[in-house]
Design a protein around this ligand. Structure first.
Ligand SMILES: Cc1cc2nc3c(=O)[nH]c(=O)nc-3n(C[C@H](O)[C@H](O)[C@H](O)COP(=O)(O)O)c2cc1C
Length: 305
């Protein structure tokens, strides 16, 4: 029996659907695979849908990786696994607060030590810095990040910002006014996660897990948008400065920090709608000069280095 622990957090259920498809092939073979599940819950919960104020209030703690109280892994699930599958999402270019609290927990350290981890990320399209942080925490726990699948919103960047906010604040994943594209990971990509699960299962079966990421990437599991990758590094540094600036006014939901969060909100929208477009043009203008470095970074974010 090959023992797999599946851990995840999802507000809308999008990531739950993705994992359910991803695991289909394993579920069909109950004599070979024993699946265990743990769903992360925070206390208090991050209510979904968000209000605008709460949505921006999550910013400083996401970026600074502040921990919140989460449910413990039940005692019977604390054991040695052959593989951990971790489903996560990105909040403000960082691990979402529930996931960051989990990967920093003692429970995670207990189960992850000397164990292989495969991660599944469902986000809008900016995941690069969060991936690095996940790598950091997995390594710190003494585990090995075998590979990862990244599913993101393929809609044009500026439109997906608008539609994701519509979804996060309204709670319904549908086409705004019947005109805009559906937010988040497309239904087609959600379904296609079953193919990547099959690929993972094939490598488990043939005992070739160390090669799984190369095959995953060949099958299209991690598509890197080079200009996003480059932009995020700078954006994350600026986010950290903003987060510290807001935190000087107090912790989560402290009304004293509302004004600074409002400033951040306008800064963020300005950056996304104006600066990021110019930055993208500059990125491709200088592409030939930076081509080698960019190729190296792409391999890194595909998990191939
Ligand atoms: C507060 C907040 C911040 C987010 N920031 C990002 C981000 O920086 N990059 C990104 O690609 N997606 C971002 N997203 C989208 C999430 O990664 C995720 O796709 C979405 O919340 C749906 O996840 P769910 O399965 O928990 O419902 C953000 C979502 C929330 C709620």
């Amino acid at each position: 029996m090959f023992k797999i622990l599946v851990v995840h957090y999802s507000q809308s259920g999008q990531l739950t659907d993705i994992l359910s498809n991803f695991l289909e092939t394993f579920k069909k073979k109950p004599h070979e695979y024993q699946l265990f599940y743990h769903t992360i819950k925070t206390e208090p919960e991050f209510a979904f849908p968000w209000t605008s104020a709460r949505f921006y209030d999550a910013f400083p703690e996401s970026v600074m990786e502040s921990r919140v109280k989460i449910n413990s892994i039940p005692k019977e699930l604390i054991q040695k696994y052959d593989l951990i599958i971790l489903g996560y999402q990105v909040w403000y270019l960082s691990l979402s607060i529930p996931i960051s609290s989990f990967v920093q927990s003692e429970d995670f350290k207990k189960i992850a030590k000397d164990t292989a981890v495969f991660s599944v990320n469902a986000c809008r399209n900016m995941w690069y810095m969060a991936y690095d942080r996940l790598n950091f925490h997995i390594e710190k726990a003494g585990a090995k990040h075998l590979g990862h699948l990244v599913l993101y919103d393929k809609t044009q960047n500026l439109i997906s910002v608008f539609t994701i906010i519509y979804w996060m604040l309204g709670g319904i994943k549908d086409r705004y006014l019947g005109i805009f594209p559906k937010p988040g990971v497309s239904d087609e990509d959600i379904k296609s996660s079953a193919n990547y699960g099959e690929l993972l299962e094939k490598h488990v079966r043939s005992n070739q897990l160390s090669q799984v990421q190369t095959e995953m990437v060949k099958a299209g599991s991690v598509h890197v948008l080079p200009h996003m990758m480059s932009m995020e590094k700078k954006a994350k540094r600026i986010f950290q400065i903003w987060a510290k600036f807001v935190l000087k006014k107090g912790g989560p939901s402290n009304p004293n920090r509302a004004f600074r969060l409002k400033l951040f909100k306008y800064y963020l929208l300005f950056m996304i709608y104006f600066v990021s477009t110019i930055a993208m043009l500059l990125f491709y203008l200088f592409y030939p000069i930076n081509a080698r470095k960019i190729r190296k970074n792409i391999r890194h974010f595909q998990g191939l280095d």
